[in-house]
Design a protein around this ligand. Structure first.
Ligand code: LLP
Length: 428
């Protein structure tokens, strides 16, 4: 995967030994393969035809958004999707160009809306009437117009975990196509004098392997573009298809490549627009996971083990649900290896447990691995998306650091939280 390589039975990433990384930065530690990450960005830019067709790739910051990540995606020519004042502030501090920011969220607070306007984000992705009314009022006060997208709930069932489905009708997000609220909104849209409706947005869910739900989404969106023009004389110039492209975590996953996905979507857009006799709009896509998941891994040190005769062997590591909530929250599966024992040999089935006081704090249930012992450094692969960004301080465990490796060089991107910082918000 990426720049991972084995030298003398030892795993290296970006030319740097994982053992050396664990020694220098301690564990748990998130390690990112910068070359693979940049390659994923470039594949999107290339295959989504950012330069040729003026399409846009907006990285979904919720997957992983330290300051350095903002800089990197700026350098790679991507847009950025943010969902909170915190993500917006990060983009601002990283000097990310605000006109390339899309501001999402189904319940943006008044402060967040004001902040978005103050900083000048390019597009508000408006989710509901409440937000439309607030935004109109604030823009009126400021005597300016704001470009917006409307978020549509297209009514598509994508096959993924229930918690990360979003396109189905029963969803908290967006204006629902089937119960009339979208059409009500459009029929009175002219009263929003300070809002310019330039685009439509939908997001059908996350970790989706099939391309078909995305193609259905394209059809629904393009039909809407035509309908808006014919019925309401609203010209939609931009169509944002959201994120959701699935990635490899284990051998049960068979994802398409970024190239296959983009080509399927673009050719569907062309045929759909041709059939409807409409101009092809500027397209936006919002990948998060498929840019960062495979580029990130987590290193842990193995500590205690517990053998329950004929039942199970628990191997505990020095992290867990605080640095990766996905196994506990979504029953997500991962692959692992021991970085100092990258050879073939007799494997044993074990369960990798975290150190939190929760029986559910299991990172990998029943995995076959080469004789594992205390002091070994374990790597869990593909933790780059929704790992650090969903990490917590449960059990008052400090957040683990993030290091980027590239061409035998390391760059510390987030340092480890100190015990003092853990208490920084507390008042006696
Ligand atoms: N755009 C919108 C509006 C979204 O809601 C999301 C993800 C994305 C883009 C990016 O989707 P991606 O390309 O990363 O699939 N915490 C969950 C995933 C939640 C996704 C939420 N929205 C997980 O760890 O699987």
């Amino acid at each position: 995967l990426g720049t991972m390589s084995v030298k003398n039975d030892e795993l290296h990433i970006g030319g740097v030994s994982c053992l050396d990384l664990a020694k220098s930065y301690q564990t748990p530690l998130y390690v990112f393969d910068e070359q693979l990450l940049r390659q994923n960005c470039r594949d999107y830019v290339n295959y989504f035809k950012v330069n040729e067709r003026k399409n846009r790739v907006a990285y979904a910051g919720k997957a992983f958004l330290p300051l350095y990540m903002c800089q990197l995606i700026k350098e790679e020519g991507l847009y950025l999707d943010v969902v909170s004042g915190g993500e917006l502030y990060t983009a601002h501090k990283a000097e990310f160009p605000m006109e390339r920011v899309l501001f999402h969220g189904n319940n943006k607070t008044i402060d967040e809306i004001q902040m978005g306007l103050d900083l000048g984000v390019g597009r508000f992705v408006v989710d509901n009437y409440y937000e439309l009314d607030l935004l109109e009022a604030f823009c009126k006060q400021r005597g300016r117009k704001q470009a917006i997208y409307l978020r549509i709930t297209p009514g598509i069932e994508a096959h993924t975990h229930d918690y990360i489905k979003t396109g189905q009708i029963d969803s908290k997000f967006g204006f629902t196509l089937t119960n009339g609220d979208l059409y009500e909104c459009l029929s009175v849209f002219s009263r929003y004098e300070h809002l310019e409706l330039v685009g439509l947005h939908a997001h059908i869910g996350s970790q989706i392997f099939d391309v078909e739900p995305f193609l259905d989404e394209v059809d629904i969106m393009m039909n809407l573009v035509k309908e808006l023009d014919e019925k309401y004389q609203i010209k939609i110039r931009e169509v944002d298809l959201g994120g959701g492209v699935g990635v490899y975590y284990t051998e049960n996953d068979h994802p398409k490549t970024i190239e296959q996905f983009c080509e399927a979507i673009l050719s569907k857009v062309d045929s759909s627009c041709q059939r409807l006799g409409i101009e092809v709009p500027t397209l936006v896509i919002e990948p998060g996971r498929s840019i960062v998941a495979n580029a990130g891994s987590t290193l842990y040190t193995v500590g205690s083990t517990k053998d329950i005769k004929d039942i199970r062997t628990y191997v505990s590591v020095d992290g867990g649900m605080t640095d990766n909530i996905r196994p506990s929250l979504y029953q997500a599966r991962y692959e692992c290896a021991i970085v100092n024992k990258m050879r073939s040999g007799d494997q044993k089935q074990v369960t990798i447990a975290g150190k939190c006081c929760e029986s559910g704090d299991i990172l990998i249930t029943d995995v076959d691995i080469l004789g594992i012992a205390s002091g070994d450094i374990l790597i869990i692969a593909s933790t780059g998306a929704y790992g650090y960004s969903m990490s917590s301080n449960y059990n008052k465990i400090p957040k683990a650091p993030v290091v980027f490796v590239h061409d035998e060089k390391c760059r510390l991107v987030c340092r480890r939280q100190t015990l003092e910082e853990l208490l920084a918000l507390e008042v006696l």
